[in-house]
Design a protein around this ligand. Structure first.
Ligand code: ATP
Length: 433
C-alpha cells in the first residue's frame, strides 16, 4: 500500500536526510529543495535507471550533456520567449498570485477574495552574460533540456553516424519561475528533467509515439510503481502546446490527485524547422533510399527526476505492525534504494567484532553504498534501516569470530540466513543483479 499522506513523506525526508528545504537557516527559498545524503543516492539511482534503459540497453539512442545557458535566439526559435507563459490572476484581497488554468473557481482559493483579470507571466529566469548588464546581454536559464538537444542535432548525427530512427537523451537541470508552488518537490523552481528526443521519418512518427508511450509506462511499473496508481491521459486539442501534434501525460495518483509525472509528445517537425529558420543552418537528415533531405519528426518522452523521486517514495511507503510494534518500511525497488547493505555489529564494545564488521564493509563498498551503524540496539538498528529501504542488514556477532559466518536479514520478509563471510559479496551481487 502506497501512502497518500504527503506530510509523512515530507517529514521522513527531512528526518532521515532525503530532502531538505533550501537555505532553511535563512527561512528557506520558495520551491527550491536540496537533496541530502540519502536523497542524492536515490536521485542518482533514478537517473541511472533511466540512463540505462535509454542508452545502455539499446543501440539507437546516444547521450548528451548540453549547457544550461544557451544563445537567446534558441528561445526565440522554440517559442519560449513569446509562448512560455501562464495566465496569472492576483487576489485583490490577500495579493497572492495563481495560475488561472489550475483554479477550480473564479475566486481566490486561499481567502475567497475577488481576482484580477488574467495577465501573461513568462516563466523563464533571466540573467546576464558578460560584464554589461543591459538588454543585449540578457540570457535565460533553460526551462527545459530539449532545446540543447535540438541545436546539437547535426553534431550528434555527424559524429555518431546514426540513421533514422534514432534518439538523443539527456538529464539535466531546468528552471521555471513557477507561480503555483507547493506539493513538496512536485513543482519546483529548479528541477531536473530526463528527456529523450527521438527522431523518426514523418510517416513512422505515430508508430514510435505509441511505442514510447508503452515503454515509458512500463519503466515506472518495472521499477515498482503500482500500475493502478498510473494512468495515461491524452491532451485535448485545445490543451496541446504550440509545438505538439499530440501529447499524453503519464499521471500518478499523488496525494493531491492525478498529476503529471511525464509528458510524451509528438512534436512533429516544429523544432528542427524553427531552429533551421532562425540559425540559417539546415537541420536535416539525408535519406539514402529516397536521396532526399528529410526533416525528421520528433517523439519526446519528457520526465521530471524530482517528480519520479516523489512518486517512488510515496509508492514504497508502508506501515506494518510487527510483534505489536509499528514498522515503517520503504519498499523501494532494489535498483533505487539508497543503501543496499548495512553492516551492524551486535556488540560494539568487542573490538574484534567491530573490526570484522568494518572489514566486511570495506570488502563490499566498491560498487554500491554500504553503511555501518553501531549506535543503538539491534532492534532499533533494523527499524532505522527499514525506514530508509536498506535491502540487507548483515549482523556480526560473537559466533562470527569462530564460524566465520554472519546473519543476513532481508528487508521485506525480515527472514534471516546464516552465511559464510567469504561468500557474502558474491551472494549480494547475485541478488542485486
Ligand atoms: P505542469 O503542467 O505540471 O506545469 P508541464 O506540462 O509544464 O508540467 P513539461 O513542460 O511537459 O511539464 O515538462 C516535462 C516534465 O518535467 C514534467 O512531466 C515534469 O515531470 C517535469 N517538470 C516540469 N515542471 C516541473 C517543475 N516545476 N517541478 C518539477 N518537475 C517539473
Amino acid at each position: 500500500m502506497a501512502t497518500n499522506d504527503m506530510e509523512k513523506i515530507t517529514s521522513l525526508c527531512k528526518r532521515r536526510g532525503f530532502i531538505f528545504q533550501n537555505s532553511e537557516i535563512y527561512g528557506g527559498l520558495g520551491s527550491i529543495w536540496d537533496y541530502g545524503p540519502l536523497g542524492v543516492e536515490l536521485k542518482n539511482n533514478v537517473k541511472r535507471a533511466w540512463w540505462k534503459s535509454m542508452i545502455y540497453n539499446r543501440d539507437d539512442v546516444e547521450g548528451l550533456d548540453s549547457s544550461i545557458l544557451m544563445h537567446p535566439n534558441a528561445w526565440m526559435a522554440s517559442g519560449h520567449v513569446t509562448s512560455f507563459q501562464d495566465l496569472m490572476v492576483d487576489c485583490k484581497d490577500c495579493k497572492k498570485r495563481f495560475r488561472e488554468d489550475l483554479l477550480k473557481e473564479k475566486k481566490c482559493p486561499e481567502c475567497g477574495g475577488a481576482l484580477t483579470e488574467p495577465k501573461k507571466f513568462n516563466l523563464m529566469f533571466k540573467t546576464f552574460i558578460g560584464s554589461v548588464e543591459d538588454k543585449s546581454a540578457e540570457i535565460y536559464l533553460r526551462p527545459e533540456t530539449a532545446q540543447g538537444i535540438f541545436v546539437n542535432f547535426s553534431n550528434v548525427l555527424m559524429s555518431s553516424r546514426k540513421k533514422l530512427p534514432f534518439g538523443i537523451a539527456q538529464i539535466g537541470k531546468s528552471f521555471r519561475n513557477e507561480i503555483t508552488t507547493g506539493n513538496f518537490v512536485f513543482r519546483c523552481r529548479e528541477f531536473e528533467q530526463m528527456e529523450l528526443e527521438y527522431f523518426t521519418k514523418p510517416e513512422e512518427a505515430d508508430k514510435w509515439y505509441k511505442y514510447w508511450l508503452e515503454q515509458r509506462l512500463n519503466w515506472y511499473i518495472n521499477l515498482g510503481i503500482d500500475s493502478k496508481d498510473l494512468r495515461l491521459r491524452e491532451h485535448a486539442k485545445d490543451e496541446l502546446a504550440h509545438y505538439a501534434k499530440s501529447c499524453h501525460d503519464i499521471e500518478y495518483l499523488f496525494p493531491m490527485g492525478w498529476s503529471e509525472l511525464e509528458g510524451i509528445a509528438n512534436r512533429g517537425d516544429f523544432d528542427l524547422k524553427q531552429h533551421s529558420k532562425l540559425s540559417g543552418k539546415d537541420l536535416v537528415f539525408f535519406d539514402d533510399e529516397s536521396k532526399a533531405n528529410i526533416t525528421p519528426y520528433i517523439i519526446e518522452p519528457s520526465g521530471g527526476v524530482d517528480r519520479a523521486v516523489l512518486a517512488f517514495l510515496l509508492n514504497s511507503y508502508r506501515e506494518e505492525e510487527v510483534k505489536g510494534e509499528k514498522r515503517v518500511l520503504l519498499a523501494l525497488h532494489k535498483d533505487l534504494v539508497p543503501i543496499k547493505v548495512a553492516v551492524l555489529p551486535l556488540l560494539r564494545n568487542r573490538p574484534q567484532i567491530v573490526e570484522l564488521a568494518h572489514n566486511i564493509v570495506n570488502n563490499l563498498r566498491a560498487d554500491y553504498k554500504v553503511s555501518y551503524d553501531d549506535t543503538a540496539s539491534i532492534g532499533r538498528l533494523y527499524r532505522r534501516q527499514d525506514e530508509i529501504g536498506t535491502l540487507y542488514c548483515v549482523t556480526v556477532d560473537v559466533d562470527s569470530l569462530e564460524d566465520k559466518k554472519v546473519t543476513i536479514r532481508y528487508r521485506d520478509t525480515m527472514k534471516q540466513d546464516r552465511i559464510e563471510i567469504e561468500n557474502l559479496k558474491k551472494f549480494i551481487e547475485d541478488k542485486l543483479r
